[in-house]
Design a protein around this ligand. Structure first.
Ligand SMILES: [Zn+2]
Length: 488
């Protein structure tokens, strides 16, 4: 951005709700089925077919509204938004009108100190969140065009943010917090590649410190957190450069082109569509029963930001560690079950962020596909904690054996003779043997080179084939070394 300007950003996010069926019919809400196999007269828009609102979609919208501290509107209405497009079979989309089921609310975000001049949490407000149906998908081939209507009628929650964000970094943080929230509420699968979480950005630039708004440009097609940051940085630069030159920013819709790293004009205001909104005559107003709101409130899970905070406070984790453990609800749940079963928070976090993540990445698996239960991994952690299994053998031998289904850690250790030797009577002869084999080192220690002690510990561990308890070796060395130092 050119100096002297300030960016004003508001995001609109379309969240595909995780219902069993579509918003107004009984067709399955699923991704990846054969084209046009999940359709019926309602979502195909055949004459005479009547929509019936999906109560589960309403409950998911309520869960979102309650989680962000919004007002739930007791009565909201549906409208028809009319436009002509091949993937819109009815010729209109059913969406909510001026009164949406979720009004207001906010997300707390880390402010971008580079633009705010101060660090600390700030509150990004939401204007509303409303229910609407998705359109189908147009697919293009060589000289041909197909339409897949499996997605037509899938429930969306459109979450409209206030223009409270001031930099691409804040926009990216907003999306990450929002994404985590809808995924942990269980109302969206969060799959960006499959289009379950889609973002459009409204961005304008104004003289720094002023309160008015500049001319707004809408940027579409931002389907990754990285693209949002890149597209906004490009657009803010483009607009501030135009204004610096004394030129005007035109109000338009622009598309992000990831290949060139630029935005391109798609539609100017002059060509803006007239959607001819009018109330949907086939659907009664949506009336929300206070008892249902209370039931949804009672069923809300611990919110992700609170959980991240708790991971840090209760388990002594860094923010980065807590965020990584919160990569998905099942990953976070596995971690909590592991802590519970092992009683070892630090070791549990190390295993999750270390060996478990490495194996999942290598094999392209989700934690639910690991094939090892938290209780089984906890057995391994306990053996290490009790000094019965060296950490190296736990990582290199026992964990792979657990993954291969060779039974509980305890049995694997016994079968393979891996049990760590911490028995002083077994360690002492090895210590004596190593000391006897290195009179030169003993002499140097006698002369004051205390640091060579570490070398001796290493030699003893090596002599023990990696099975000796390092703590026991140190104790034995403390006891036996003076004898050797006394001989001259
Ligand atoms: Zn249908």
């Amino acid at each position: 951005m050119q100096p002297g300007w300030e960016a004003v950003i508001g995001l609109e996010v379309h969240v595909q709700l995780r219902t069993r069926t579509k918003l107004f019919c009984g067709c399955r809400n699923a991704y990846g089925a054969p084209p046009n196999s999940l359709t019926c007269p309602v979502c195909l828009g055949l004459p005479g077919a009547l929509p019936v609102l999906n109560g589960e979609a309403v409950r998911q919208a309520l869960a979102f509204g309650l989680a962000v501290g919004a007002e739930i509107q007791p009565v909201s209405t549906f409208y028809r938004k009319q436009y002509v497009y091949p993937d819109l079979p009815k010729g209109y989309q059913i969406t909510q009108g001026p009164v949406a089921v979720v009004h207001g609310g906010a997300l707390d975000l880390p402010g971008d100190a580079a633009v705010r001049g101060a660090t600390g949490i700030f509150r990004a407000h939401l204007e509303r969140a409303h229910l609407e149906e998705d359109a189908g998908k147009s697919l293009q081939g060589e000289g041909e065009r197909w339409v897949d209507l499996n997605r037509a009628g899938v429930p969306l929650l459109e979450i409209v943010g206030a223009p409270d964000l001031r930099s691409p970094q804040e926009a990216s943080d907003y999306l990450k917090v929002l994404h985590r929230l809808v995924v942990f509420l269980g109302i969206c699968d969060g799959n960006l590649e499959e289009g379950s979480f889609r973002c459009d950005a409204n961005v304008s630039v104004r003289p720094a410190g002023s309160a008015g708004f500049g001319t707004r440009v809408e940027v579409k097609n931002l389907n990754s957190f990285r693209f949002v940051k890149q597209a906004l940085a490009f657009e803010i630069g483009r607009q501030s450069t135009l204004l610096d030159r004394g030129e005007r920013v035109s109000q338009e819709t622009r598309g992000w082109d990831a290949a060139t790293g630029t935005t391109r004009s798609q539609r100017t205001k002059e060509a803006a569509m007239d959607y001819r909104f009018f109330p949907e005559p086939d659907l009664p107003p949506l009336r929300v029963d206070p008892a249902e709101v209370a039931a949804v409130q009672a069923g809300l899970p611990e919110l992700p930001e609170a959980r991240i905070h708790r991971f840090q406070e209760a388990h002594g984790l860094t923010e980065d560690e807590a965020l990584t453990l919160m990569q998905s609800p099942s990953f976070a749940d596995f971690f909590e079950a592991l802590v519970q079963a092992s009683g070892q928070a630090r070791a549990s976090a190390n295993w999750m962020l270390g060996e478990v993540s490495r194996v999942l990445n290598e094999r392209g698996l989700a934690i639910t596909q690991l094939g090892v239960a938290p209780e089984a991994l906890a057995g391994l952690i306990r053996l290490v904690d009790q000094g019965r299994l060296p950490l190296g053998a736990a990582r290199e031998v026992v964990f792979p054996a657990l993954l291969a289904g060779e039974g509980p850690a305890e049995a694997i250790v016994a079968q393979r003779g891996l049990e760590q030797v911490s028995d002083a009577a077994a360690i002492a002869p090895l210590v004596r043997q190593v000391l006897a084999a290195h009179p030169d080192v003993v002499a140097q220690i006698r002369a004051g080179r205390e640091r060579l002690r570490g070398f001796l510990v290493g030699q003893v561990l090596k002599a023990g084939g990696g099975r000796l308890d390092p703590k026991g070796v140190n104790e034995a060395l403390d006891r036996i070394l003076p004898e050797f130092l006394a001989k001259s």
